[in-house]
Structures are given as structure tokens and as C-alpha cells.
Design a protein around this ligand. Structure first.
Ligand code: 13P
Length: 337
């Protein structure tokens, strides 16, 4: 393992005022996003949409440290024939790749999921490395419900994350480890705190056991928030304080950075929460974003599949990237919106 190379990449992923654009929607997920704007999900439409984001030059250069891609995009060429990986690299951002094969129902555990994709991963990683990927992502899904998650679900998912991370580091690819505790449900913010703590504790025990070099990893977690169906919704300050309290207890200082997922939060909540945490400050790791929906919802809607809307859609993406870049420095305020 080349520890120095891994650390250099991980540090670049969490550079000051920058975060990650999660554009790694699987074919099924991007179809859902396109359905919402009445656009057919063809290979060309997916390319046009993503190329539009990657060519939002100022936003990419100033606020985006890396882009997570789906397999198809890593191999795709822009309309002018330039590989999309090259378009991204030309802005100074690092190309990354989603390598998990998705969360599947877990045998014997109703309502729980386990992420697949370890078989053949070593060979895929070596191909991805050759194609220019500097980092990877693997997402585990942890649902909260009556009696869930089970210990079996946490162990199976964090064990897989650790084996994935070890394989990535062998291939000189920085693993983003993503144990996502899902927001859906009627649970309280306290219950989210408890489950997030349990997931992170299990994750770092497994990463330790597999000999993963933490300085060469990046954590992508959920924030500690109230379940979407709970009548009591924790405010911005409470989310920020509880999230930081939870992470201080569970995430080793060796981890260079934490890049949050947005998970269904509104665009502005995702920004406000990140900003509030960075305003508290005094943290052992960088805190930034790795948003999918919270960066893309506005440009997706503005684009609507029409070439004449590209400039407006790019402006919408540039705005969210800028707001989140400010939040990563604790320098955002609502009146900037
Ligand atoms: P959201 O920010 O839309 O949750 O997506 C981030 C992601 O990559 C989830 O795996």
C-alpha cells in the first residue's frame, strides 16, 4: 500500500472550501430523476446532463474537489469526443467511481439491506485505476424501524465496507466509506444519534481489523437528524450539535475528512447544517459535503432536458456549489441564498 499517495488524494478531496459532487446515480436512480422532469433516460441524455455539470467551470474549479461517477460515465466521452474523466480532470477535480453493486434485501432480516459487490472487486478496481479513478465509493444502507437495525445488519455492512476499503487501498484508490443511516421513518433525533453511533463504532472496529489506513480514507455519513415522519423536527443548531457530538465520540482523529451526504434534506437545510457545524469549529477533521440531490436538484429542474436551458442550469449548479463551498468554511448565511 502506498500510504503517501493515498493520503495526498484524501487531503485533496477535503481541500479547504471544496467538497464532492455525487453524480454516481445508478441507471435506475438517474431514470427516476429524469422521470421527474419528463426526460427519457438515454445514454446520450445522461451524458449531456452530466457533461453540463462538469463543464460548469468556475463552480468545478473553486468548490468541487472530486466527482463520484457511475461506471457508464467513467467510460463516456463528451459531445466533442473528450473523455468525461478528462473534462473533470481539466477543472482540477478528481474523478471517482461508485464500485458497490447496490443494497439488496438481507436474507433472514426483513426490512434490512446488505450491500453487494465484493466479488471480482480487485480486478474492477485495477481497471478503474487505469481509467483514471482516484477514489471510490461504497454505500451501506441502514434502516431505522421498530427493533431495527439488527446487530447482524450493522456487522455485515461494516465488514463489507472494510473489505472494500482494504481492496481500494491496495489499488491506490482512496475509499469513501459510506454507512448511510436512512432519514425515512418516525424515529426521533435521539434514535438517529444512537444508530449512527452504533454504525460508526462498528465501522471503525471493522476498518481496524482489516488493517485499513485511516489517513487514506474519507467518511461519508448521514447527519444526525429527526426521522422524516416524526412530528418533532430538530432545528439547525440541534442537528449541528448532536452530529458533532456523535462524531467526536466515534470517528478517529486519523480520518482526514468527513463529507456528508444530503440524504433527502432540502437544499438549504443541507447547506445550513454543514455551515452550522463548521461555525462551531475546533474539529479534528475537515467537514464538507458529498451531495447528490442537494447539489443537483436545482440544475436538473432548470435543465429539463433542453439545450437552451444549459446556461440557467449551470448557474443553478454554480450557486449551490458556491453556497456549500461557503458552508464548508462556516462562512455561509441565509441571506446569500
Ligand atoms: P444524496 O446527497 O442525494 O443523499 O446522495 C449522495 C450519495 O452519493 C448517496 O450515496
Amino acid at each position: 500500500m502506498n500510504k503517501q499517495a493515498l493520503e495526498t488524494i484524501a487531503q485533496a478531496m477535503v481541500a479547504d472550501g471544496k467538497g464532492i459532487l455525487a453524480a454516481d446515480e445508478s441507471t435506475g436512480t438517474i431514470k427516476k430523476r429524469f422521470d421527474s422532469i419528463n426526460v427519457t433516460s438515454t445514454e446520450d441524455n445522461r451524458r449531456d446532463y452530466r457533461e453540463m455539470l462538469f463543464r460548469t467551470d468556475e463552480a468545478m474549479r473553486e468548490h468541487i474537489s472530486g466527482v463520484i461517477l457511475f461506471d457508464e460515465t467513467l467510460r463516456q466521452k463528451a459531445a466533442d469526443g473528450t473523455p468525461l474523466v478528462q473534462v473533470i480532470a481539466d477543472t482540477g477535480a478528481l474523478p471517482g467511481i461508485k464500485v458497490d453493486a447496490g443494497a439488496k434485501p438481507m436474507a433472514g432480516h426483513d426490512g434490512e439491506m446488505v450491500t453487494e459487490g465484493l466479488d471480482g472487486l480487485r480486478d474492477r478496481l485495477s481497471e478503474y485505476h487505469a481509467l483514471g479513478a482516484k477514489f471510490a465509493k461504497w454505500r451501506a444502507v441502514i434502516n431505522i424501524a421498530e427493533g431495527l437495525p439488527s446487530a447482524a445488519c450493522l456487522t455485515a455492512n461494516t465488514h463489507a465496507l472494510a473489505r472494500y476499503a482494504a481492496l481500494c487501498q491496495e489499488a491506490e484508490i482512496v475509499p469513501i466509506v459510506e454507512p448511510e443511516v436512512i432519514m425515512d421513518g418516525a424515529h426521533s433525533v435521539e434514535r438517529c444519534y444512537e444508530v449512527t453511533s452504533a454504525a460508526l463504532t462498528s465501522l471503525y472496529a471493522q476498518l481496524g481489523e482489516q488493517g485499513v489506513h485511516l489517513e487514506g480514507t474519507v467518511l461519508k455519513p448521514n447527519m444526525v437528524v429527526s426521522g422524516t415522519e416524526n412530528s418533532v423536527q430538530a432545528g439547525i443548531e440541534q442537528v449541528a450539535e448532536m452530529t458533532l457530538d456523535c462524531f467526536k465520540n466515534c470517528v478517529p482523529h486519523a480520518v482526514p475528512g468527513i463529507v456528508f451526504l444530503s440524504g433527502g434534506q432540502s437544499d438549504q437545510d443541507a447547506t445550513a447544517h454543514l455551515d452550522a457545524m463548521n461555525k462551531i469549529g475546533g474539529l479534528p477533521w475537515k467537514l464538507s459535503f458529498s451531495y447528490g440531490r442537494a447539489l443537483q436538484a436545482a440544475p436538473l429542474k432548470a435543465w429539463g432536458g433542453k439545450a437552451e436551458n444549459i446556461a440557467t442550469a449551470q448557474a443553478a449548479f454554480a450557486h449551490r456549489a458556491k453556497m456549500n463551498g461557503l458552508a464548508a468554511r462556516g462562512a455561509w448565511s441565509a441571506d446569500m441564498e
